[in-house]
Design a protein around this ligand. Structure first.
Ligand SMILES: [Fe+2]
Ligand SMILES: [Fe+2]
Length: 381
């Protein structure tokens, strides 16, 4: 039962949040409204003190093309992730906006704060200015630095022009506490539109249909692979790598583009390194794989959960229960990733309607024999 005092605070918080959301959706937001929202979010998170909020605009990703070997190891540390929000134009869908705000609240309430937040791609549904602008407005409320990754839903209307203008280069690397991080643009497609005379929106809609057979397979592509080879050539093989990609960097299920066509070539570039972790979006589900020295983890979506593919599911995956179709936020959430002293990670899925689920380094290292994640305790549908 909610104590009376908290009940009152919660009621005020919800009223304030509702007002902030309304202002956001009306394009009439004010800094005063946003400040109140953040103050109430901090109150809800049980923060002891509410800090003064300083308005700021979305910062482009700070890109440091790593020229020097990574610094000495300072581990463990944690970063957080949010992914696959699929925002529509404001007039069409408010629910996905609320869900992204919920993830932002979750991350802002973490104590201690993560070193940074990775946004895993598919911020927009159809790459439209109204969608990407709305997403940027919400993400700028995150207290920790934000690193952006692109998804196919952000890209194929204008081939990334607006996304790049707002968020920076689609692929880059940086060093942090002894880890070499790489963010890839893994959802390039070979041109299937010119010969058919398709409009930009027709192209976008075909790509956004997960099982639309008219599109090409996702790929990193030759130019970016060459950049990756040059980037990794500067990094000692003993330095742990963490690679972010939107699509899984292995071949799971082609019909849904749970797939990267040049995955083997990317894996070959990663294989010489002692410790490699790949964190990917796109699949909207708990997904775990290991290929040799490379550990793979799928991220949750804040918009909806995809079902598991009918073929190709990696054996290490501990499946989420089937989501309840009557529960609007079932099977969704955000999460944290702890980078261990080894450079591999423990990944925690913060599912909004179930117990958190932790997939540890030990579980992957032992090929599933040790530290198997406990099944979520709420019943599946
Ligand atoms: Fe997605
Ligand atoms: Fe995607």
């Amino acid at each position: 039962m909610i104590p009376l005092k908290w009940g009152k605070r919660r009621e005020t918080y919800l009223t304030e949040r509702e007002q902030w959301l309304k202002e956001l959706m009306d394009s009439g937001q004010t800094w005063q409204g946003r400040r109140k929202f953040l103050q109430m979010a901090a109150l809800a998170a049980g923060a002891a003190a509410v800090k003064e909020f300083v308005p700021h605009s979305f910062q482009l990703v700070e890109v440091v093309q790593a020229a020097e070997p990574a610094a000495a190891a300072e581990r463990p540390f944690t970063f957080a992730y949010i992914s696959d929000s699929h925002l529509y134009e404001k007039t069409l869908n408010e629910r996905f906006v609320r869900q992204l705000i919920r993830a932002v609240n979750d991350i802002n309430a973490l104590d201690p704060q993560p070193d940074f937040v990775l946004y895993g791609g598919d911020l927009a549904q159809l790459g439209q200015p109204g969608e990407l602008n709305l997403g940027a407005e919400i993400l700028k409320e995150i207290k920790a630095p934000v690193k952006m990754m692109v998804g196919e839903h952000d890209w194929f209307l204008d081939m990334g022009d607006l996304w790049k203008a707002k968020f920076g280069p689609p692929y880059y690397s940086f060093d942090h506490k002894g880890i070499h991080f790489v963010t890839l643009m893994s959802v390039n497609e070979k041109d299937f539109w010119t010969s058919k005379g398709l409009t930009p929106m027709q192209r976008m809609q075909i790509v956004s249909g997960l099982d639309d057979g008219r599109q090409s397979a996702f790929e990193v592509g030759e130019e970016e692979r060459e950049w990756l080879a040059r980037d990794l050539a500067k990094v000692p093989k003993t330095t742990p790598l963490v690679v972010f990609s939107h699509s899984p960097l292995y071949k799971l299920y082609r019909n849904w583009n749970f797939w990267t066509d040049d995955a083997e070539e990317i894996q070959a570039l990663l294989r010489p390194f002692k410790t490699v972790t790949v964190i990917h979006g796109h699949t909207h589900q708990v997904l775990t794989n290991r290929i040799g020295n490379i550990h793979f983890h799928g991220m949750l979506s804040t918009a909806w959960p995809w079902p598991y593919a009918p073929q190709g599911l990696p054996k290490l995956t501990v499946q989420m229960n089937r989501p309840d179709p009557f529960n609007q936020t079932e099977g969704m959430g955000d999460g944290t990733i702890t980078v261990n002293p080894s450079g591999h990670v423990d990944k925690e899925y913060l599912m909004w309607n179930r117990n958190p689920l932790k997939v540890s380094e030990k579980y992957l290292d032992s090929n599933g024999n040790l530290d198997r994640p406990a099944k979520t305790t709420l019943p599946g549908y």
